[in-house]
Design a protein around this ligand. Structure first.
Ligand SMILES: [Zn+2]
Length: 153
């Protein structure tokens, strides 16, 4: 059986020559929880107390968000993260986006997306949800996408 990783020990190879970017390419998973769980709670609070959404609507939108995220995650993984670039720049971008995760799957400091990358992504996803569902229904849908985004590697 062929080996599909460079190293399966808890090693964290440099991703960037720039020490600043390299330092912030690593994060303990608890940092992501500390950053996003309050945001998720705030959106839940908005759904329940400010928008007075029924429990069944919130649960339905959460489940719909989970379904949509599963489709998006699979599509992203299949067609972007596992794309086989041929150019040097393409290989570099692929390594930064996902290749490092496959080359060093046991790197405990790259299990989740660092906030420097996930916050801009979450903002883009929020505005997409807001544009599609409007402010009232976007909140419960977005909570699930937000939680799932954190754990995307
Ligand atoms: Zn993968």
């Amino acid at each position: 059986m062929p080996r599909h990783f460079v190293h399966n020990k808890n090693l964290s190879p440099p991703m960037f020559e720039n020490k600043f970017f390299d330092y912030f390419s690593r994060v303990h998973f608890s940092i992501v929880l500390i950053v996003y769980v309050p945001v998720v709670c705030w959106f839940l609070y908005q759904s329940v107390y400010n928008y007075n959404l029924a429990f069944t609507i919130i649960i339905t939108l959460l489940l719909f968000g989970l379904f949509c995220w599963s489709i998006m995650e699979y599509t992203l993984h299949r067609f972007v993260f596992h794309y086989h670039p041929v150019s040097k720049a393409g290989k570099r971008i692929h390594f930064i986006l996902h290749g490092v995760h496959h080359d060093f799957p046991s790197d405990s400091r790259r299990l989740v997306m660092p906030p420097g990358a996930s916050i801009p992504l979450a903002v883009v996803i929020w505005y997409a949800c807001y544009g599609i569902f409007g402010s009232v229904y976007a909140a419960p849908f977005f909570q699930d996408l937000l939680l799932d985004t954190l754990f995307m590697t």
